[in-house]
Design a protein around this ligand. Structure first.
Ligand SMILES: *Cc1c(COP(=O)(O)O)cnc(C)c1O
Length: 384
């Protein structure tokens, strides 16, 4: 039933969706079951035990593969569980080249868990592909790339870094959470693995924690599935249903996030109290040209700093918005405001943060799909 020629908006609505063969239900049912009855020992319908397979999860995994232009999807209990599975492809002594500006939880997993087990991480500024090439040694097995980054909205050249990975015969994994497949498809640019915190734009409604991987290669899919069933980070069927439902409106939502993002970014940039706005849609953003090339829009994630660099004033603004809720997470229909230094990125040591440009006065916005005028009015009263 796969229609390869469908345009994106059609694919978002129909990806992974097949009427239920036993009832004709148009929506994939929530198969709330732990096991499946076998006709005879070893004789089953492709489902044995729900840590390995579940029909609701299978529908979602098909949808994720289709959205990302891959052949296989894998759905996990959280975004960090998906990242965890990718790093478990490696062994002690192996090396990873990754960004020095990435999601705090990824930094924590790499440096606090896997480093202890003998995997070596080289953190570099990936916005210059040459830095990635220079950090590769004969022991490097993986490049881990986040673009645009959380929270500094830095952009790296996926195709150029994919070429470096190919040349050195190593894997490239891309955290595509900020862009979502509606704006960026790393597999089509040469990446081997795409990772998502489906908690964010894929789910889209701040009502579920989930992660995902998409790949083209069958051998890689088999290795990742083996790791997942052995380690156990599987999502529940109800959560899979929620993400499947979220994906149907991904195209519409991302269009609204991009439109509102542009309006809010431009308004902030012209505000006399604002020092700097981080958003790749600006012509003078260092990653603008690459973003324009590899993304279909610039997204709704914006960070900014106020003039004066006062932590007190920053915290006052963070506590003064009424429509933007002060909370971790992003990518939901509602707008959120966040203080990376004390919230999402508190797990990164202060010195390390400051060195890579993440100041104590950075404010991050996840611009939702409300009316842009209301969002701007809220920021206006909060900034004052
Ligand atoms: C939230 C996030 C993650 C982690 O995902 P969870 O679903 O919270 O486990 C990873 N990468 C990025 C960019 C994120 O924003």
């Amino acid at each position: 039933m796969k229609e390869k020629n469908w345009k994106a908006a059609t694919r978002f609505v129909h990806a992974g969706a097949h009427p239920d063969p036993s009832t004709g239900a148009i929506m994939t049912p929530i198969f709330q079951t732990s096991t499946y009855v076998q006709a005879a020992p070893g004789v089953n319908q492709g489902f044995e035990y729900a840590r390995s397979q579940n029909p609701t999860r299978k529908a979602l995994e098909e949808a994720i593969a289709e959205l990302e232009g891959g052949n296989y999807g894998l759905s996990f209990s959280s975004g960090v569980a998906a990242t965890d599975a990718v790093i478990k492809l490696l062994s002690a002594g192996d090396e990873v080249v990754c960004g020095n500006d990435m999601y705090g939880g990824t930094y924590r997993l790499f440096t606090k868990i896997f480093q202890r087990m003998g995997i070596v991480f080289h953190l570099v500024n990936t916005t210059d592909s040459e830095n990635v090439a220079r950090a590769i040694t004969p022991k490097t097995k993986l490049i881990w790339l986040e673009t645009p980054t959380n929270p500094l909205i830095n952009v790296s050249d996926i195709a150029a870094i994919a070429a470096i990975a190919k040349k050195n015969n190593i894997l490239l994994a891309v955290d595509n959470t900020f862009a979502s497949p509606a704006l960026q498809q790393p597999l089509t640019l040469g990446a081997d693995i795409v990772m998502h915190s489906a908690t964010k734009y894929l789910g889209g409604h701040s009502d579920v924690i989930q992660g995902a991987l998409a790949v083209k290669d069958e051998g890689l899919r088999d290795q990742l599935h083996f790791i997942q069933k052995s380690s156990g980070a599987v999502p529940g069927p109800m959560d899979c249903f929620l993400v499947l439902r979220g994906i149907k409106t991904l195209g519409l939502r991302m269009k609204a996030h991009c439109e509102n993002g542009e309006k809010v970014a431009n308004w902030l940039r012209n505000h006399p109290k604002v020092k700097k706005v981080y958003w790749p849609g600006f012509m003078d953003h260092p990653g603008h040209a690459i973003a324009k090339q590899q993304m279909k829009g610039f997204g709704g994630m914006i960070s900014f700093e106020l003039k004066g660099d006062s932590v007190e004033e920053t915290k006052r603004v963070l506590s003064s918005t009424r429509l933007f809720s002060l909370a971790e997470s992003l990518g939901g229909v509602e707008s959120l405001i966040n203080h990376p230094a004390t919230m999402t990125h508190a797990s990164i040591p202060r010195e390390e943060r400051i060195k890579h440009g993440l100041s104590d006065t950075l404010i991050r916005l996840s611009v939702g799909i409300e009316d842009a005028d209301d969002l701007i009015q809220d920021l206006a009263q909060a900034i004052g």
